[in-house]
Design a protein around this ligand. Structure first.
Ligand SMILES: [Cu+2]
Length: 155
């Protein structure tokens, strides 16, 4: 009768095996897994800098600063109808000038000469032109809103 192993030693061996197994598992889990194909640099970088696309500097600066004279008396050839008034209120032009009224309001106005030289409705967003062939002072108004009055001076 010889006891080769007591229950305690068996337990100890089992513990050791378990610990070893755990260590193996941990090692496997934290292994850097060098299963990859290593260093394949995947082609030379061949950076194509080719800056051949010219910037095509297109300045196209529109040097028209739109003089828009907001003074009461002005020279030019356009009158804007806005906020129920003619702007500029008095416009001086030379004989032969074509003056254009543009209605920026949302209602219809008229450009009606007091002496009858011209008379036209100007629909919202549209314009009316008249060429002055005689010198003189042309007072005009809007027939729909008689308080809208202005003057064209033709020299
Ligand atoms: Cu009007």
């Amino acid at each position: 009768m010889q006891k080769t192993s007591t229950p305690t030693t068996t337990k100890a061996w089992l513990c050791l095996l378990a610990v070893g197994f755990l260590v193996l598992l941990a090692a496997c889990g934290s292994a850097p897994s060098t299963t990859g194909t290593g260093t394949t640099p995947t082609a030379a970088p061949t950076a194509t800098p080719t800056p051949t696309i010219a910037p095509t500097a297109t300045p196209t600066a529109n040097p028209t600063p739109t003089p828009t004279p907001t003074t009461a008396s002005s020279s030019g050839n356009s009158v804007s109808i806005m906020n129920f008034s003619f702007n500029p209120n008095s416009l001086t032009v030379k004989v032969g000038t074509k003056v254009t009224w543009t209605n920026h309001d949302s209602v219809t106005h008229t450009v009606t000469a007091n002496q009858g030289a011209f008379n036209s409705p100007v629909l919202p967003g549209s314009s009316f032109s008249f060429t002055f062939t005689k010198a003189g002072t042309y007072a005009y108004h809007c027939m729909i809103h008689p308080y809208m009055m202005a003057t064209i001076v033709v020299q």
